[in-house]
Design a protein around this ligand. Sequence first.
Ligand code: MTE
Ligand code: MO
Length: 301
Amino acid sequence: MIIRRGGEIPSSEITPYQHYLDRRAFMLAAGAAALGAVLPPRLGAWPRRSDDKLTPYKDVIGYNNYYEFGTDKASPAKLAGGLKTDPWTIEVAGAVKRPGTYSYDDLVRPHPAEERVYRHRCVEGWSMVVPWMGFPLGDLIRRLEPSSQAKYVEFTTLNDPAQMPGQRSNVLPWPYVEGLRMDEALHPLTLMVMGVYGKPLPNQNGAPLRLIVPWKYGFKGGKAIVRIRFTDTQPRTTWNIAIPREYGFYANVNPQVAHPRWSQARERRIGEFFKQDTLMFNGYADQVASLYAGMNLRINY
Ligand SMILES: Nc1nc2c(c(=O)[nH]1)N[C@H]1C(S)=C(S)[C@@H](COP(=O)(O)O)O[C@H]1N2
Ligand SMILES: [Mo]
């Protein structure tokens, strides 16, 4: 595979290969999981409520939002299977010392995959508890060395109407773009995700690479990322462009600020009957509230 690479990361800066699960090892781990040797989720490491039972795998991979494959929850699982995710390249651009076009293996492989069980809350009012496999986005950002101009990070996802039937309609402006403030991107809870339930990420969940920001509504977590751009100005984001009154840049889970069409005070866990109260910052307030000290979260929704 020939890939143009500017700003290549010197091999001396890549932590030794054998310390990490590379993509192949990850596949082997998935094979082991299929044989019953499922990796135990590291439940203790991250805050969970006693009622945070893992959402069944079939729901995590069968009830999805991915408008590139249709607007209903079942379409992504039916239509995304054929998406070609290997080879995959990711462009790194903007205010950064190591811009260039990286292969998935060069960008992702040096980072160890770890399991994180996170609450996952959609602005539509449903939620899940998901054992993601990934690594902190901050580890990647530090390796790429953004310049002092970099105040925000923008994530652009795949634009390929030939493979993505939903992109043949203009239900959203394509490609799907999301962004974070640099301190949000560097927060240790923010994850680049390549797997779920100990297996490689199914296409409908955003293979081969997607973002997860657990204290924000799910739409911040772009699927099938192809470009990471560092910038000094707040990026325009897809849902904010589409319906600015309903979707802001911050999109922090906030039970006190209603979406114009849906109260955010309560949520329904997929697979459960009764609703439960939504927690400020999706239950991660002790770790992230300080990022927003002094900000009016009603204005910055
Ligand atoms: N590229 C892309 N990423 C996307 C979306 C999308 O339509 N396209 N939907 C978002 C929304 S609204 C949610 S709630 C989550 C759902 O992630 P899941 O299907 O893995 O639960 O993906 C987000 N990422
Ligand atoms: Mo969502």
